[in-house]
Design a protein around this ligand. Structure first.
Ligand code: ATP
Length: 273
C-alpha cells in the first residue's frame, strides 16, 4: 500500500518534471513523495479467530485495518471477505453535544440498524458501555475512556461477522476490559472474526487467538500471541538499548521463518458462448 504525500524535504530535490510537478511548483506546493505503508503481504483469517496486530509506530497496522475495512483501496492486490467488515469507529456519526443514549440511536442508524433493531439492542448496548447514569449526559462531558466504551458498545452491537478494533480498548478500565472481552468472545463464538490493533501486549495476549507482527510495512510473524508478543518485546528491548545489530538479526530471523500464505483469486470458470 503506497500513499503519496507532500514533502517539504523533497522541495529541494529535482523532481521528475511533468505537468503536475510544474503545476505544483507554480502553485508553490510541496511535491508529492511516495510512502510505502504496507509491503506485499498475504494472509487468510478464519472464522472464530481473534487476530491481534502488534508493531512499532508507523509499521502499517492501521493501514492494514483500513484496507480490510474498505476505507482505503490497496495499491495492488485485493481483500476478499465473506461479509462487510465493520470497523469499530462510529466516531464520525456521533455528536458530542448529544447524550450517550441519543448517540446510541444515531450510531446504530449510521450502521444501518432499523429503529426496531435499535430498540431491541438498546439495553444491552447501555449495559456493555457500563456508563450507567452518565448515558444521559452529553458525550462531550465523557472522559476518553468513557467515549471509547460507548463507541465499542455501539459498534459491537451489530454482531458483525468481521469486527475491526483499532486501539479502542486501551483506554477502558479493568471492568470494561472484562466486559469487552466477554463481548469479543461472544462474537467469536458466533463464528465472527475479530482484528484488534493494540500497543498493549497484555490486551493482545488476553483477547487474541493469533497475532501478527508488522514492522516497517513487512509482516514479520504470524502465530500464537505468546510467542509473537515475546519476540516483538525482545526486538523492541534491543532497539531501546541501541543494540541495533541484534535487533536487525531478530527481525531477519522472524521474517525468515514466516510461512507465507499465498492467496490467489479464483479465475471465473464461466465461459462466454
Ligand atoms: N493517510 C495517510 N497518508 C499518507 N501516509 C500515511 C497515511 N496513513 C499512514 N501513513 C503512513 O503509512 C505508514 C504506516 O502508518 P500506519 O498508521 O498504518 O501505522 P501504525 O502501525 O498504525 O502506527 P501507530 O502505531 O503509530 O498507530 C506511516 O509511515 C505513515 O506515515
Amino acid at each position: 500500500m503506497r500513499y503519496h504525500v507532500p514533502s517539504t524535504e523533497a522541495q529541494h530535490v529535482p523532481g521528475r518534471g511533468g505537468p503536475s510537478s510544474l503545476a505544483r511548483k507554480v502553485l508553490g506546493r510541496a511535491p508529492l513523495v511516495p510512502v510505502d505503508a504496507l509491503n506485499r503481504l498475504s494472509l487468510v483469517a478464519e472464522h472464530g479467530e481473534s487476530i491481534g496486530i502488534v508493531g512499532r509506530n508507523g509499521s502499517g497496522k492501521s493501514t492494514l485495518m483500513r484496507l480490510i475495512s474498505g476505507q482505503s483501496r490497496p495499491t495492488g492486490g485485493a481483500v476478499y471477505a465473506s461479509s462487510v467488515p465493520v470497523m469499530l469507529g462510529v466516531n464520525a456519526a456521533l455528536v458530542p453535544e448529544l447524550s450517550g443514549d441519543h448517540n446510541i440511536v444515531l450510531g446504530c442508524l449510521a450502521m444501518g440498524l432499523t429503529r426496531a433493531e435499535i430498540d431491541d439492542k438498546f439495553a444491552s448496548i447501555v449495559d456493555l458501555s457500563g456508563l450507567e447514569k452518565a448515558i444521559h449526559l452529553p458525550m462531550r462531558s465523557y472522559s476518553s475512556g468513557m467515549s471509547s466504551r460507548l463507541r465499542f458498545a455501539i459498534a459491537a452491537s451489530v454482531d458483525p461477522e468481521i469486527l475491526l478494533i483499532d486501539e479502542a480498548l486501551n483506554t477502558g478500565d479493568a471492568q470494561f476490559r472484562e466486559r469487552s472481552k466477554e463481548r469479543m468472545d461472544e462474537l467469536r463464538a458466533k463464528a465472527g472474526s475479530v482484528f484488534l490493533v493494540s500497543h498493549s501486549l497484555s490486551t493482545i495476549k488476553e483477547m487474541c487467538t493469533r497475532t501478527l507482527w508488522l514492522d516497517r510495512g513487512d509482516l514479520l510473524m504470524d502465530g500464537d500471541p505468546e510467542s509473537v508478543t515475546q519476540a516483538y518485546l525482545e526486538y523492541t528491548r534491543h532497539l531501546t538499548k541501541g543494540n541495533n545489530e541484534t535487533a536487525a538479526r531478530l527481525r531477519d530471523e522472524a521474517r525468515g521463518s514466516l510461512t507465507v500464505t499465498e492467496v490467489e483469486a479464483r479465475e471465473s470458470r464461466r465461459r462466454r458462448a
